[in-house]
Structures are given as structure tokens and as C-alpha cells.
Design a protein around this ligand. Structure first.
Ligand code: GLY
Length: 550
């Protein structure tokens, strides 16, 4: 904090002169595409649009044109407020609330109307400087000519192929004629290149109309899917106001419903602000307990209240400081609250996901925080025949069985039940944090319901515990989501905090070790160098940190 304060005393001009453009995503070739766009004079949105399309080629498990996402754009200027572009998928017109009551049926039935191409087109129309075709062009080239697979992508493809043996087109498009993918192999996607060419030439119409739409609808018909031509033509991305909260003088901006990310993050930060977290170290039992209890309450309200704001009234009190104080007062300092005890109004009858986040800032100080997803890794595993792209299985983000909420984590509350044209509730939490009008952190993560807690951990590590971003990203993460009533911690990372974990168990927390949590490619204002610096999360791809180039 002290170092931030020092920095804030610097004149904006001094700072701006030292600020360089930075692009951080999960995929090195996609980073290069973004950097080249910035080098050609494109702004952060131009770079983010180009990275979005590039990831559909270079990180197919989550980068996409057949899925959706949320983008926060903060134009330059001390008084500038971020704008949210919501390109979440929608339920097809024929989807009803009982669609999945007896199970999801074919993979095709889990496909929501894709939003990504409309969202990227809206971002470009509102903020872009360079011609659209120059932003889609690099993705066309990567798909057409292929690119070298690295260890992370080889692992991702091999894993996806092993899990999707019954999807013949997936095996054809992503399989190797012989053996497994290894670093240095070349991935070429000719059919995807043709689809991207249509998008480059015609904009969003190159996806929602004409040949791409025909191929998508034919794929739906062949597999008992619900998305029709009319659904595609009716899809629109939406510009929305962000959720805004404050935390100890910082301004926090996140996406509004249909993402639960902004509301839950602000609600949880408001609760935690009522405690003096610095009284103990970051990994003390006290801090971990308070964070767990806060997460429990945030996720309970997520289930109780949140859904698509165009269909459901979102209570305004959820992000108020007064409401957070009330919830904080219910936290016992040395005892876990059973999850059942905070939700007597939700009848209890006794759900893995993959997404990707990237952050961009340009030399003028325009920032973009984008999270995009196909839902599961490689989405529905359905590749549109003749068009070479994967479709999402985002319909599974709706509450599948109306009224059925279980202690194992199934949620059946009303706000997120399926309705025609409705957007399914998301946990995606692309965030921009400012102080006195200046951006200090751009972050977000994949990870399904864990996303909001990953972002909470990163934000707290930087803002409250003053960790440099590298340390903040490497630090152990944890997740509690109301039900199941247990605290998930990262194995390995948490081993050096055994005593704190034992103390948590003595308070009544059930602590389990699960896989690595999240992949938060982030940018922060480094108080030492006074430049924006990008850091890759090392959990998925193990690359060394990247630095913003002036
Ligand atoms: N499909 C992950 C999310 O939207 O939260």
C-alpha cells in the first residue's frame, strides 16, 4: 500500500511516458498476435479482439468462436469508467426450464447460442481503431498455416482426445495420425481457417448468417440440438454497466449478471473489509477462516438471488456495505458455520469447467480484461462439421433440476432456471481495479465456480497484503462455495501451512486438497518500475513471467 501511495504522487504524464503495452494470455502465439497489433498502432481493444480470435485457434479447449464471455474495457482517462460487453450465450428459443430435469441427453442439446463473435464485433465497433479484417487475419493465418504446439497445448489436446473418444469429428480435427501430441508438432486447422475468413470478410454476419450458420444448424439437426437459424439471427451482445465496489480506497469493477462474478466479488470484499485482515499473516488460521466464512456467504447469496438480469430482479442490497456488515456480524471468530444454517429459506433435497482469461493494456492506458469460455474443456466436444470449430456446452450452467438444491452442490433455485433467450449464470470475473482514477490491477481467471474465489485471492494478495503480482499469483488458493460444505485448498501449495489447516479443522472446517485452482493472467502497476507489468499464471503452462515492453 505504501508503495502504491508513493506512486500515486507521480504526475500522470510521468507515468504515461513509462507505460508500455502488455498482453498476457494462456497461449504464447496469441500473446504475439496481441503484441503485433499494439505495435501496428492498434489499441487495447484491437489487441483483445485479435487475441480472442487467435485463442480460438491456439487454445481450443477454451478459446473459442462457438462460446461466450465477458469483456471489461476501460478507456483511457482518470475519470473513465469501464464498460462491460456481455457476450454470454443464450438458451435457444425452444429450451424450457425442465430441459435437463431428467438428464442432459445428447451433447448437442447442451449447446447455447454462441456469443463470442458478436461480442468481439461489438467491442471493435465501439472502441476499435484498426480494420476488423486485420484483427481476424492473424487467426486465419495461424489456422491455415498451423503453428508449433508447446507442452501445455500438447497436454491439453492429448487430454481432450482421451476424454472424447465417441466424438468422431473431434478426433479427426484434433487427433494426430500417429501417436500423441508433443511439443514442436504443428497443428493445422484448414476448415477453421475458412470459417475465420468468412468472419474476417463479413464481420459477425460471417458467423450468424450464411455458410457458417448453415453448417452450425445442420450440425444441430444431426445431433438433436436446439439451436436454430432464428436463434443465431436473434443473438445480440449487450453493453452493460459494470458492478462497482470499493475496498480500502480502491475501485473494483467487475461484470454484472448474467455473471455472478462482479456481485459476489464485491459482496465478499465488503464483508472482509469489516475485519482487520492485516492483524494476522495472509496464511494464518484467522485469515483463512474469515475468507472461508465470507466465501460461504457470498456463494449462498449467489444461489439465492443471481441469474440473468434481463429475466430476474437482482437485489441492490447485495453490494451494499450495510448488508456486508450484517453478514460479517454472523461470522463466529473460532467456529465454522454449517452451510445449512445460513440458508433455511432454500429447501435442500438431501456439479468441472474450462475457461480462459486474458488481460491487455496499451500505451495510452486503455485496459481490457476478458474471460471467455466453452464451459467444459473443449465445450460440448461437438465440432461443427465443415466449419472446424467447437461448440460450447454452456446450457449446463443453468440450474438443471428446478427446485433441487443438494448438499453435494447441485443448485435448483429459481433465478437461474432455463427460459428461452435467457443467459445462463456465469462465474466469470474479469476485473479492473483502479486507485484515484488510475488502473492498478487487471485480472481474472478460468475455473467454473472457483473463478470468483481465485480472483478474490489475487485481489486480496495485491491490495491488502501488498504482494508483488508474481507472488500474488503463485500464492496458494482456496475455494468454498457454500455446498458442498468444505474448503478446497491447492495440494502442494498449502503443505507449508499445515498448522493453519489443522486449526481450521479444529474450528469445524472440512478441508480437502484438490487440483491447482485457476489461471489468472494479470497486469499490475509495478510500484518499483512504475510500469505496467504482465505476469502469466504458471499453473497451466509454466512459462516464465512476461514483461510489458515500453
Ligand atoms: N462456464 C463457466 C462460467 O461461465 O462460469
Amino acid at each position: 500500500m505504501r508503495s502504491f501511495l508513493l506512486l500515486l504522487l507521480l504526475s500522470p504524464a510521468a507515468l504515461a511516458a513509462e507505460v508500455g503495452g502488455v498482453v498476457v494470455s494462456v497461449s504464447p502465439p496469441a500473446d504475439r498476435v496481441g503484441e503485433q497489433v499494439l505495435a501496428k498502432g492498434g489499441n487495447a481493444v484491437d489487441a483483445a479482439v485479435a487475441v480472442g480470435f487467435a485463442l480460438a485457434v491456439t487454445w481450443p479447449e477454451a478459446g473459442n468462436i462457438g462460446g461466450g464471455g465477458f469483456m471489461l474495457v476501460r478507456p483511457p482517462g482518470a475519470k473513465s469508467v469501464p464498460v462491460v460487453i456481455d457476450y454470454r450465450e443464450t438458451a435457444p428459443a425452444s429450451a424450457t426450464k425442465d430441459l435437463f430435469a431428467k438428464g442432459t441427453g445428447s451433447a448437442h442439446r447442451t449447446v447455447g447460442v454462441p456469443g463470442s463473435v458478436a461480442g468481439l464485433a461489438m467491442a471493435h465497433a465501439k472502441f476499435g481503431k484498426l480494420p476488423w479484417k486485420d484483427l481476424v487475419g492473424p487467426a486465419v493465418k495461424l489456422a491455415e498455416e498451423g503453428f508449433a504446439v508447446d507442452d501445455a497445448l500438447a497436454g491439453s489436446l492429448n487430454g481432450g482426445l482421451a476424454r472424447s473418444k465417441r466424438f468422431a469429428e473431434f478426433q479427426r480435427v484434433f487427433g494426430k495420425t500417429k501417436g500423441k501430441w508433443v511439443a514442436g508438432d504443428r497443428l493445422v486447422q484448414k476448415e477453421l481457417a475458412k470459417t475465420l475468413r468468412r468472419i474476417a470478410a463479413k464481420g459477425a454476419d460471417g458467423f450468424y448468417k450464411g455458410e457458417t450458420a448453415e453448417l452450425l444448424v445442420a450440425e444441430m439437426k444431426a445431433g438433436d440440438g436446439l439451436v436454430t437459424r432464428k436463434d443465431l439471427e436473434a443473438y445480440t451482445a449487450k453493453g452493460r454497466e459494470p458492478i462497482h465496489g470499493t475496498y480500502r480506497g480502491y475501485d473494483i469493477y467487475g461484470p454484472p449478471p448474467p455473471s455472478s462474478g462482479g456481485v459476489c466479488l464485491v459482496l465478499m470484499l465488503n464483508i472482509l473489509e469489516t475485519f482487520d485482515l492485516r492483524k494476522g499473516p495472509r496464511f494464518s488460521a484467522r485469515t483463512l477462516h474469515l475468507m472461508t466464512e465470507t466465501m460461504r456467504r457470498g456463494y449462498c447469496d449467489r444461489a439465492r438471488h443471481l441469474g440473468d438480469q434481463d429475466f430476474v430482479k437482482i437485489p441492490a442490497h447485495l453490494t451494499s456495505k450495510e448488508y456486508a456488515k450484517k453478514l460479517a456480524a454472523g461470522i463466529e471468530m473460532n467456529k465454522a458455520t454449517p452451510s445449512e444454517a445460513i440458508a433455511k429459506d432454500i429447501p435442500l433435497t438431501d456439479t468441472k469447467t474450462n475457461t480462459t482469461h486474458y488481460s491487455v493494456i496499451d500505451a495510452a492506458g486503455m485496459a481490457v480484461s476478458t474471460t471467455t469460455t466453452l464451459e467444459d474443456s473443449f465445450g460440448s466436444k461437438v465440432v461443427v462439421r465443415g466449419a472446424g470449430f467447437l461448440l460450447n456446452n454452456e446450457m449446463t450452467d443453468f440450474n438443471p433440476r428446478p427446485g433441487v438444491t443438494t448438499k453435494t452442490g447441485l443448485v435448483g433455485t429459481t433465478p437461474n432456471q432455463i427460459a428461452p433467450g435467457k443467459r445462463m449464470l456465469s462465474s466469470m470475473t474479469p476485473v479492473i481495479v483502479c486507485r484515484d482514477g488510475r488502473i492498478v490491477l487487471v485480472t481474472g481467471s478460468p475455473g467454473g465456480r472457483t473463478i470468483i474465489n481465485t480472483v478474490l485471492c489475487v485481489v486480496l494478495n495485491v491490495l491488502e497484503f501488498e504482494m508483488p503480482l508474481r507472488e500474488a499469483l503463485d500464492a496458494p488458493r482456496m475455494h468454498m462455495q457454500w455446498f458442498p460444505d468444505r474448503l478446497q485448498v491447492e495440494p502442494g501449495h498449502f503443505d507449508k501451512h499445515k498448522k493453519a489447516v489443522e486449526a481450521l479443522e479444529a474450528m469445524g472446517h472440512k478441508v480437502i486438497k484438490v487440483n491447482a485452482q485457476g489461471d489468472a493472467h494479470s497486469i499490475w502497476l509495478d510500484p518499483k518500475t512504475k510500469t505496467y507489468r504482465g505476469e502469466h499464471d504458471k499453473r497451466r503452462e509454466g512459462r516464465p513471467a512476461a514483461f510489458g515492453k515500453p
